[in-house]
Design a binder for this molecule. Sequence first.
Ligand SMILES: C[S@@+](CC[C@H](N)C(=O)[O-])C[C@H]1O[C@@H](n2cnc3c(N)ncnc32)[C@H](O)[C@@H]1O
Length: 223
Amino acid sequence: MAEPNFANRTLYHGDNLDFLRGMNSETVHLIATDPPFNKSRDFHATPDSLARGASFQDRWSWRDDIHDEWLIEIQRDHPEVWSVVTTAKQVYGDDMAAYLCWLGVRLLEMHRVLREDGSIYLHIDHTAHAYVKTLMDAVFGHKNFKNEIVSHMATYTTPKCHPNERTEASLLFWSCKRLLGAGAGVIRRLGSSTKSYCWTLARSARVAAETTVSTPACSRLTT
Ligand SMILES: C[S@@+](CC[C@H](N)C(=O)[O-])C[C@H]1O[C@@H](n2cnc3c(N)ncnc32)[C@H](O)[C@@H]1O
């Protein structure tokens, strides 16, 4: 088995595809990823945060955002992933298909760098949940899906969700490359601040990993 060729406890800033492609295969114990959700919106860091000034566009276009090499790789080497993309294209539209291509090439790299006994946690909301679950099944294998952690999120303005309101129920998948013991569900009420939200996400992943998987806890955070 290859040795890690990256520094532990180090934050790399940039497009994660570039970093993932430089990493040796089967060197990562645990991946916690919180990718964009395909919300068709622009997001800006709040002025009081360390990330102030930073922003990203959570919009995806088949024409502008997809590289030909991604399409070739997926079509040639991963037909099951391509099936998910084409289904999304027919059922939902081009933007979802583009988003799944963008995410798919990254998940394929995450699968490559994950150890045989490794696990991956992925955070997603209702917008692309069903498609991303299917994409994860295509990349990591549906038999390796372990559990889902559903976090009830009140909106930032109202402490309780109205039944008719679009609830931002956030979901965390747990998957791993080979079958391990039965997973434990963790349900938490998230606080209203971004800080407590992020803390809860990271901690939920760590708690579930520590209580159910006999591998060293958290070695890398990939977002
Ligand atoms: C749903 S947000 C997650 C936010 C983060 N987990 C947090 O708590 O602040 C998606 C994040 O993915 C980042 N992102 C978008 N494209 C990326 C890429 N190619 N590589 C790495 N991160 C990316 C965005 O900047 C954004 O911060």
